[in-house]
Each structure stands twice: as structure tokens, then as C-alpha cells.
Design a protein around this ligand. Structure first.
Ligand code: HMG
Ligand code: MG
Length: 282
């Protein structure tokens, strides 16, 4: 059957919300272990303001400390030029810029309006181009916002198209607070697919209401082939009240394996990594 990419975001989206600072050595060991499971994409950290997200303050140490598997692309979030400069200096393979489909979330998360964020990304993209670094784009709150309520698919389309026009290779659609139902995902994709090729889209599901797997199934039905997830289901966004962890990578993998969909990821190895990090965070 088809092939799917699991984009592992646990070390970033998973750990960013941990209240107690997770030692840099543990983060590095987590990423090293994930690198040996067959995953091809790992989001390692964020080069964001340490005042905003103290858990990611060791971004450069983490990037610099990991053993690089040549089969893995290591990525990091970069909200602005300061973050981009630091990410490049640390040797990332790719970066992600992050916007939102909801004005209030944008303000709370990155302290600017959606339009301001798009302006801010222009020099970030120029720097990425100069250094030959691929850029992924996130759009948060694609169906629901913790502050503004329901979000219209046309708003998501507008931001997604703008990010693609800026040069992002892919848009990851964030169900930031896990409120989407499969019908919402299908309705959203139906609109987006009128102007965006399906291979440019990924789904990023949080599992707050335990609907992530059925939402992923809805995405699969509509042709999506890249899904973000966090090992052990870690995480959440510090600026989205009610956002719990991402869907667990091992649960996504198990579901895909059952359907005969290949990912190249070893379930036993991934389960071992999940046990490792659960033990460390106890
Ligand atoms: P600001 O306060 O407006 O920024 O924050 P500023 O430019 O005015 O700078 C303020 C201070 O921060 C200055 O330092 C800067 O140097 C410093 P000071 O002079 O006060 O000492 N600074 C930085 N330091 C390190 N790295 C940087 C950086 N930038 C400025 N990159 C800013 C604006 C965007 C920086 C801030 O709002 C921020 O860092 N936000 C990040 C929030 C975040 O990481 N949220 C979680 C990730 S998004 C998410 O989880 C959703 C996602 O998973 C998808 C989904 O689920 O929907 C992706
Ligand atoms: Mg997220």
C-alpha cells in the first residue's frame, strides 16, 4: 500500500510543555535513541525566546550534542531572524516557521498579528535560501482556537497559501487543542485541496479528546501522507490552554502497521524509546 512519513516532534512539541526543566543530556539521549528507530524526520528543539519557553533554552547545546544519523533530517523551530541565525549556527538540516489561522492565538504565541508574522518571515526565508535550508510552515488552530473558537477553512487556506508562496516546502496543519472531529478535518482539506497539492500538506494532531487517530484516518482518506506525532504522546503548547500532548508516535505507527502502510519505523524500537522517556519524566 502507500508510504507515510512520521514526523517526530516529541523532543520539541513534547518537551516544550514540561514544567520541570528536562536535563539537556536526557533530551540528547532521547533524540539519539529516536534516530535509531528508522524515523527520517525529527524536530529537535526551538530557537525561541528563553523567556517565552524556558524549556527550550538549551537549543544550541541539544543540537550540538546529538549524534547525527545521515538518514535523519534534524529540524528546529525558528520564529524570527534571531532564531534562524542560531539555528543555522547549530547546524540544523531544516527549520520550521510557525503561524496561526487565529489572530488571538498568533498574538499569544508569537506576540504579533498573522500579517506581522508573515512580514517577519520574509527575511527568515531569505536567510534560509541563502544557506540552502528547507523550511516547513506550521499553521496552528486549523479548526478551533482556544480563544477565538471555530476557525473558517478559508482563513487556514489564506495563511497556508501565504506560507507556501514564501517558499515553505510543506504546511503542517495544527489541530492545536485537539478539538477537531474527522468531519472537520475532511471539510478543511476539501477547501485546502482546491488550491494546494496534497503532497504539500501534513497533519499535526494533538490528542486532547482522543480523536487524533480518527482524524489521521480522515487525513489518510483524503490523501495526506505526512503526520506529526510525539513519542509517548508527550507535550502540548504552552500558549494554548487545554492543549495536551500530540498523538503518540507509537500509536500512529501501530495503526499504520495494521493497515499495511509502510513508514520504515521499527515499532519495537519506538516503544523502547517511549518507555525510556516516560521513565525519565516520572
Ligand atoms: P517578543 O517579546 O515580541 O520579541 O517575542 P522581541 O523581538 O521583542 O525580543 C524580546 C527579547 O527576546 C529580546 O531579548 C530578544 O533578544 C529575545 P532582551 O533584549 O529582552 O534580553 N529574543 C530571542 N532570544 C532567543 N531566540 C529568539 C529570540 N527572539 C527574540 N529567537 C518571540 C517574540 C517570537 C521571540 C516570542 O514570542 C517567542 O519566542 N515565542 C515562541 C513561542 C513558542 O515557542 N510557542 C510554542 C511553539 S508553537 C506550537 O507549539 C504550535 C505547533 O506545535 C503547532 C500546533 O500544535 O498548532 C507548532
Ligand atoms: Mg503542536
Amino acid at each position: 500500500m502507500c508510504e507515510v512519513t512520521i514526523f517526530e516532534v516529541g523532543p520539541r512539541d513534547g518537551l516544550q510543555n514540561e514544567e520541570k526543566f528536562v536535563d539537556t543530556d536526557i533530551k540528547i539521549e532521547l533524540i539519539n535513541r529516536l534516530s535509531e528507530t528508522g524515523l527520517k524526520k525529527i524536530e529537535v528543539t526551538s530557537f525561541v525566546s528563553p523567556k517565552w519557553v524556558p524549556q527550550m533554552a538549551d537549543a544550541a547545546e541539544v543540537m550540538g550534542g546529538i549524534n547525527r544519523n545521515p538518514n535523519v533530517a534534524y529540524s528546529a523551530l525558528t520564529p524570527n531572524l534571531i532564531g534562524m541565525e542560531k539555528a543555522i549556527a547549530s547546524g540544523v538540516d531544516e527549520v520550521a516557521i510557525f503561524a496561526a489561522a487565529s489572530e488571538t492565538f498568533s498574538k499569544r504565541n508569537i506576540n504579533c498579528s498573522i500579517e506581522e508574522s508573515l512580514q517577519r518571515f520574509i527575511p527568515v526565508m531569505a536567510m534560509a535560501r541563502e544557506h540552502n535550508i528547507a523550511v516547513r510552515g506550521y499553521v496552528s488552530c486549523v479548526t478551533h482556537c482556544p480563544y477565538d473558537g471555530e476557525i473558517a477553512p478559508s482563513d487556514v487556506a489564506q495563511v497556508s497559501e501565504a506560507l507556501l508562496k514564501l517558499g515553505c516546502y510543506e504546511i503542517s496543519l495544527g489541530d492545536t487543542i485537539g478539538k477537531a472531529a474527522p468531519g472537520d478535518i475532511k471539510a478543511l482539506l476539501k477547501v485546502l485541496l482546491t488550491s494546494i497539492p496534497v503532497e504539500k500538506l501534513a497533519l499535526h494532531c494533538h490528542d486532547t479528546y482522543e480523536r487524533a487517530l480518527v482524524n489521521i484516518t480522515a487525513g489518510l482518506d483524503m490523501g495526506i501522507r505526512t503526520f506529526d506525532s510525539s513519542v509517548a504522546g508527550l507535550g502540548g503548547c504552552p500558549y494554548a490552554k487545554g492543549a495536551s500532548g500530540n498523538v503518540a508516535s507509537e500509536a500512529v505507527l501501530e495503526m499504520l502497521n495494521e493497515q499495511g502502510i509502510s513508514t520504515g519505523v521499527d515499532l519495537e524500537k519506538l516503544n523502547d524509546v517511549a518507555s525510556f522517556i516516560k521513565n525519565k519524566l516520572k
